[in-house]
Ligand binder design. Structure first.
Ligand code: URA
Length: 434
């Protein structure tokens, strides 16, 4: 089988077979197919698309390109969760302990972020001593004992995805639905959980800008997951404004802890309750949606989710005292208010501009090697639909460098749009795909 022939076939709009895709992925992972040919293939797929079968074959081939985790020694259903990401997305930090507190086992693989803020791993590293670099044996032990473990993605897990993602990143071929679906689901399948709950974001801060595209991606991933024998459910949710109020690593951790006390932002709590309900149902705890919702809400009232977070932090080497005293977590020395330039109802807070402000402050990574400043970021005071008077704070910037703080302030102001009559806030949960 020659890569040239596969390229010609796809370039001309043909459909690749399971054997052809399997060959291409294994040969590329083994270094037998050069980047220039694989780049051409990614671009051909970008323009010609892949049908459902091809997407499934690509996912299977990437999932099988390295190690797969065997979690069969953990009793009960193991549930994993994945978000396609966005600004202020700290969901796993609150959601995983809420679900584990109900007795469903959370076995989660997470990544570091390349972008506006860090990923779940970076955020968790706000707790001194905490590590996600744990062995598979430790991961299994922790899920069994504490009901929750989060592990960094190892080099050996779905290595084809790691190589292909790096290639797509520099060849303008990331935002293709089949390639995204195969990339995400290959990692989830290799990570071994029995059930997968996906949070597919839509809006200005998401890969999928339109709801139609987000639903199509959700449906594709749910199909792939269920086809592979994993119970898979997706929620399509809003990312047209930042999630919650806090954007920035430690600031988001503090907001997640507040949420576990039952004092979180309404949108963030609603998202955690919705995804938590789906995870309890996927975990086989109950088939009754309102019962699952009651159970998940109860963990915020009775303190069990907060206690679970503390156990989890301790089990991966962190100091759980910070869970109960989040003021001890790192904080930035400069905090300034950003005053509203006018009276009015906030009609829009563009995610990308808020994210870029956080990046300017040092809260995100520009390259894989960038070192994140965990303490910096932005805390919004108002959300779309709220009324604000001129000079009232729109947000507070937390920074370490006066020059960067000024630059972030200019960027942040560009994120806001106002109108004189009341504006409806966007709907958070757009729909569920099963
Ligand atoms: N996240 C992934 O893991 N892969 C993609 O292709 C896009 C987002």
């Amino acid at each position: 089988m020659r890569m040239y022939d596969l390229l010609l076939k796809k370039r001309n709009g043909g459909r690749l077979t399971r054997d052809e895709i399997g060959h291409m992925v294994s040969q590329y992972t083994a270094g037998q197919i050069p980047d220039y040919q694989m780049s051409a293939m990614m671009m051909a797929i970008y323009f010609r698309g892949m049908n459902q079968e091809e997407t499934l074959y690509l996912t299977e081939a990437m999932a099988g390109s390295g190690d797969t985790l065997d979690l069969s020694s953990i009793a009960g259903v193991k549930v994993d969760k994945h978000s396609t990401g966005g600004v202020g997305d700290k969901t796993s930090l609150a959601l995983a302990p809420m679900v584990a507190a109900c007795g469903v086992k959370v076995a989660k693989m997470s990544g570091r972020g390349l972008g506006h803020t860090g990923g779940t791993i970076d955020k968790l590293e706000s707790f001194p001593g905490f590590s996600t670099e744990i062995s598979t044996a430790q991961f299994i032990h922790n899920v069994n004992k504490t009901g929750i473990a989060i592990m960094g993605q190892t080099k050996e897990l779905a290595p084809a995805d790691k190589m292909l993602y790096a290639l797509r990143d520099v060849t303008a071929t990331v935002d293709n639905m089949s390639l995204i679906a195969a990339s995400i689901m290959s990692k989830k399948l290799a990570a071994g959980a029995d059930a997968i709950v996906l949070d597919v974001k839509t809006g200005s801060g998401a890969f999928m800008k339109t709801e139609a595209d987000a639903f199509a991606l959700a449906e594709e991933m749910v199909r792939i997951g269920n086809n592979a024998g994993r119970k898979t459910i997706a929620a399509v949710t809003d990312m047209d404004q930042p999630l919650g109020f806090a954007v920035g690593n430690t600031l988001e951790v503090k907001e997640a802890i507040e949420t576990l006390h039952g004092r979180g932002p309404a949108d963030f709590e609603q998202l955690c309750v919705t995804l938590g309900t789906l995870m309890l149902m996927a975990g086989g705890l109950t088939e009754d949606t309102s019962q699952a919702e009651q159970m998940i809400r109860a963990t915020l009232k009775d303190g069990s989710a907060l206690q679970k977070l503390a156990e989890f932090i301790e089990s991966q080497g962190g100091d759980s005292d910070y869970v109960y005293h989040p003021d001890r977590l790192a904080s930035a020395p400069i905090v300034i208010a950003v005053p509203a330039p006018q009276d009015g109802y906030i009609s829009r807070i563009t995610c990308d501009e808020i994210g870029l402000s956080s990046l300017v402050l040092g809260g995100g990574r520009i390259t894989k090697e960038s070192i994140i400043d965990l303490s910096v970021g932005i805390v919004l005071s108002k959300k779309p639909g709220d009324f604000v008077k001129a000079d009232e704070p729109l947000a507070h910037i937390h920074g370490n460098d006066p020059q960067k703080v000024e630059e972030a302030k200019l960027r942040l102001l560009q994120a806001y749009a106002f109108r004189s009559d009341p504006a409806e806030p966007p709907t958070l949960i757009k729909g569920i795909v099963k």
